[in-house]
Design a protein around this ligand. Structure first.
Ligand code: SAM
Length: 283
């Protein structure tokens, strides 16, 4: 074989994503998850899906789209779920936006007293947010508590349920909490740590698409809806915020990301501190 041909056979063929194909995925992701992909996200979409195309030995993004819709008819949703897993951005870390956890300790826990509380980490990604909340509650809150974490990506939900993280991810966890609430892996897991059972027993994770009402989750005293609205346009944001507030007890608190805002999105809340809202009840 000519060396140039050998080189071509070895290198990964680049499959182009046309405007029409990009728009297909864009519309589908918006209708499914409320996520708005700007034009600038085209390379990201191509990059994230290309490995899957190769795995399935497909020659175009159109073929992958057709395959995803076709194989996801009826109960078999798995290729749609794979596409959602690939197209969502799941970046998160322990003790992200630490001011929120200071607020809990200093302001909210004294108000709660000792009553039993339920908290929801909506869009929990791989669980770091829910476990940060769990460490803060376990350390500083005298009453009973439970946390539910949910996400639209099944891949990150499974990862949150495993509760195993690379050691590098522990860098923001205060040393005391690390000793008390995390277990270092051994043998071939020496570079990882696992959240201790005493926290895990109070935290559960499940799939939930916030674009849909979440009536089966019950009512919460506190909801974290952080760093997910940045992916939504105003319509999706309003829908999600209404679904989330429907699950908050009147007088409960909603925490959003520091870079997010509820201006013009809802009249059902009152700002009590930057990115922290008090739920006034349905109107
Ligand atoms: C950037 S992460 C934020 C994680 C965490 N809340 C934090 O602040 O660190 C955003 C998460 O929102 C999830 N997500 C996006 N659209 C969603 C939807 N419609 N319903 C539920 N989760 C969604 C993504 O899968 C992703 O894991």
């Amino acid at each position: 074989m000519h060396p140039d041909n050998a080189q071509m056979a070895l290198s990964t063929p680049t499959i182009a994503l046309s405007d029409t194909e990009f728009n297909l995925f864009r519309r589908w992701l918006y209708e499914t998850a409320g996520i708005h992909l700007a034009d600038a996200k085209r390379a990201l979409v191509a990059g994230r899906l290309s490995k899957r195309l190769r795995e399935l030995e497909l020659n175009s993004y159109q073929q992958y789209f057709d395959c995803m819709i076709e194989t996801s008819k009826g109960d078999n949703n798995s290729e749609r779920q794979t596409a959602i897993d690939l197209l969502t951005t799941n970046e998160t870390f322990f003790f992200r936006e630490i001011g929120h956890f200071d607020y809990l300790r200093q302001k909210l826990f004294p108000e709660w007293g000792t009553r039993a509380v339920r908290c929801w980490s909506a869009a929990s990604s791989s669980g770091e947010e829910a476990y940060t909340l769990a460490m803060t509650l376990a350390e500083h809150y005298p009453g009973d508590w439970r946390i539910i974490g949910t996400d639209i990506s099944s891949r990150v939900v499974k990862s949150a349920q495993r509760a195993v993280y690379p050691m590098l991810r522990s860098k923001n966890i205060p040393t005391r909490y690390l000793h008390e609430y995390c277990r270092k892996g051994t043998g071939d897991k020496a570079n990882t740590f696992k959240i201790a059972p005493k926290l895990r027993q109070n935290v559960e994770f499940s799939y939930a698409n916030l674009q849909q009402p979440q009536t089966n989750l019950g009512q919460f005293d506190l909801i974290f809806l952080r760093n997910v609205m940045i992916y939504f346009d105003k319509t999706s944001k309003q829908r999600v915020v209404n679904h989330v507030l429907d699950r908050l007890k009147p007088g409960g608190l909603l925490f959003i990301g520091h870079a997010e805002s509820l201006n013009g999105v809802t009249q059902r809340v009152k700002l009590v501190s930057p990115s922290i809202y008090l739920y006034l009840g349905s109107n």
